[in-house]
Design a protein. Structure first.
Length: 315
């Protein structure tokens, strides 16, 4: 790896950034991140980055707005320090659930973030399992859209689950559920839900046979956990066994962790795309995306196809 590579971490997930650096055999870049008494964000790179390829690791988790502004200030500081490129490793892309207008007079906030990142000076974005893959089209810079699906598939295969059925909690996850079902050589089902408010929904129909099966529920993210619990309980009412729940991004807002420690959930499988608190319950399993992000970074620096990271070239 050339010495021009520099990897810096924002405040959101320094542990993940450190793991990426160890995989690549480079030292984490030194940067000072602080706040004025008024809350304004200050950034100072403690080493020269002139003509360097800078990678900034920052997930847009809680507090999302503060972390986003911090990222923008880091981008600006890097550009003004004459970095050759400023690449953003954003495992979780915040505001992705606002990728379209579903009612009049609403914003398309996912597009706004793309515009602001580009205007600030980002050269490239690397992200994982966008809520809507079409968000890639909001950018006029390269976007490397990775997926944790292979990680999930390999882990679930190791569990030797009896009579599995992959369940999409809504029509939007159907494509991901179909790919996971293909990887596990299992059937899949789709839940039809009605959203009553933000973070609230109710299940109206189940398409597919779930009776006597062990459901594997696949999502891109878990926020409050209320939708997942509705899905788990609806499956149980239809004769399914206890469920496995898989999601790339564990936001776990409010009391989500307590809510997901549910008697009808066998295991919650997520990744470290978002920094998680210490989880002591045996029901939770965290898989690391650091090896995948390190490989993607190496391909970007040295050349190579990102698609080579995945078993399914259609992703």
């Amino acid at each position: 790896m050339e010495s021009k590579l520099r990897i810096f971490s924002g405040s959101s997930n320094p542990k993940l950034a450190g793991q990426i650096c160890r995989r690549l055999g480079v030292e984490p870049g030194q940067v000072t991140l602080s706040r004025f008494k008024s809350g304004e964000i200050y950034v100072h790179y403690e080493e020269s980055i002139r003509n360097s390829d800078v990678f900034i690791v920052q997930s847009l988790s809680h507090p999302i707005n503060e972390l986003f502004v911090e990222l923008l200030v880091m981008i600006d500081a890097a550009k003004r320090a004459s970095a050759r490129t400023v690449n953003i490793i954003m495992p979780y892309y915040g505001y992705a659930r606002q990728e379209r207008k579903s009612a009049p007079r609403e914003p398309i906030s996912a597009k706004l973030l793309a515009d602001v990142l580009t205007t600030a000076g980002a050269s490239r974005v690397v992200t994982i399992d966008l809520h809507a893959p079409a968000i890639q089209g909001f950018f006029n810079i390269p976007v490397d859209h990775l997926t944790a699906l292979d990680l999930m598939t390999d882990y679930l295969k190791s569990k030797d689950i009896r009579n599995p059925v992959v369940v999409s909690p809504d029509a939007g996850r159907a494509s991901m559920a179909e790919k996971l079902a293909s990887g596990l050589d299992s059937p899949f089902a789709i839940m039809i839900k009605k959203r009553t408010a933000h973070n609230e929904s109710s299940i109206t129909h189940v398409i597919g046979d779930v009776e006597g099966h062990t459901p594997i529920i696949i999502e891109d993210l878990i926020d409050t956990g209320s939708t997942i619990i509705n899905v788990v309980e609806a499956l149980k009412e239809r004769g399914a066994e206890d469920s496995f729940v898989c999601a790339t991004h564990g936001l776990f807002s409010g009391d989500a962790l307590e809510r997901l420690d549910h008697p009808n959930i066998r295991e919650v499988v997520t990744t470290d795309s978002i920094a998680l608190p210490e989880i002591h319950a045996s029901r939770f399993k965290v898989l690391s995306v650091a090896p995948m992000l390190a490989q993607a970074t190496q391909f970007i620096m040295e050349g190579g196809s990102i698609a080579a990271l995945f078993k399914d070239r259609g992703i």
